[in-house]
Design a binder for this molecule. Structure first.
Ligand SMILES: [Mn+2]
Length: 241
């Protein structure tokens, strides 16, 4: 809670901690640098070093500022309601862009960690332009698609018409509910009979096995939903790709 700590002292403790870490790196002869990744909130309600700007002000006051830079993340700066491009530009200008985390985020939400370009196409484009024009060659960390171990990278060339793709995004990656939602196809709802003691609930509709019988849950767990593939298809279609 805000009342629990004098914030000025807290920042001084933070500075001391970083100085201590840098001293250790020097003593050990390690060849590494630190990249602070600011975030305005979560899991705490408020962070002391909440944005790229905060981090740079702190770094400037370290004993060994040359050893510490920033790792801006699209989602974190967006959570603060700020322009990510401006944050990255500030870090580039200060010579402190050591690393970058590329995902996306909707303003005003919890840390959604969406894939890069999912929600902010124009800013994503301008960010890429910014990085390329600046000649940034450091690490670029892309958030991987969730719930899809293989997926939309392999299917970048869209060969089917949009309505087919959107209607049945799972057929490339899973095939487990092939054809279940095609236009004109049977519109059956998935029903899971919960609360059974045994681990073989009866599943109906699109989750049913080929013969219409029950399917084991561990078999279903292997299936991929292709949710991100679906979203990527929509983005590519909107872009005319
Ligand atoms: Mn991150």
């Amino acid at each position: 809670v805000l009342a629990a700590k004098p914030p000025v002292d807290a920042l001084e403790r933070y500075r001391e901690a970083l100085s201590s870490l840098c001293g250790y790196v020097f003593d050990q002869g390690y060849e590494l640098r630190f990249a602070l990744e600011p975030k305005p909130n979560e899991p705490r309600g408020d962070s002391f070093v909440s944005t790229v700007g905060h981090a740079l002000a702190l770094i400037d006051r370290l004993e060994h500022p040359e050893l510490v830079g920033v790792n801006p993340e699209v989602a974190h700066e967006t959570m603060a309601g700020l322009s990510f491009c401006h944050a990255v530009a500030l870090a580039l200008w200060a010579g402190k862009l050591f690393h970058i985390d590329l995902n996306s985020q909707r303003i005003g939400r919890f840390d959604q960690d969406l894939r890069f370009g999912q929600e902010d196409l124009k800013e994503a484009f301008l960010l890429v332009r910014l990085l390329e024009e600046a000649g940034y060659t450091g690490p670029r960390h892309f958030r991987r698609p969730r719930a899809e171990s293989r997926g939309y990278e392999g299917g970048v060339g869209i060969r089917r018409r949009l309505h087919e793709d959107v209607s049945d995004p799972g057929r490339e990656s899973a095939g487990a509910h092939r054809g279940s939602n095609r236009p004109g196809g049977p519109r059956r709802r998935r029903r899971v009979h919960a609360g059974r003691a045994d681990d073989r609930p009866v599943l109906h509709g699109c989750c049913a096995g080929a013969a219409g019988g029950a399917v084991r849950l561990d078999t279903l767990a292997q299936r991929e939903y292709a949710n991100e593939r679906l979203d990527q298809i929509i983005v590519e279609r909107l872009l005319g790709a």
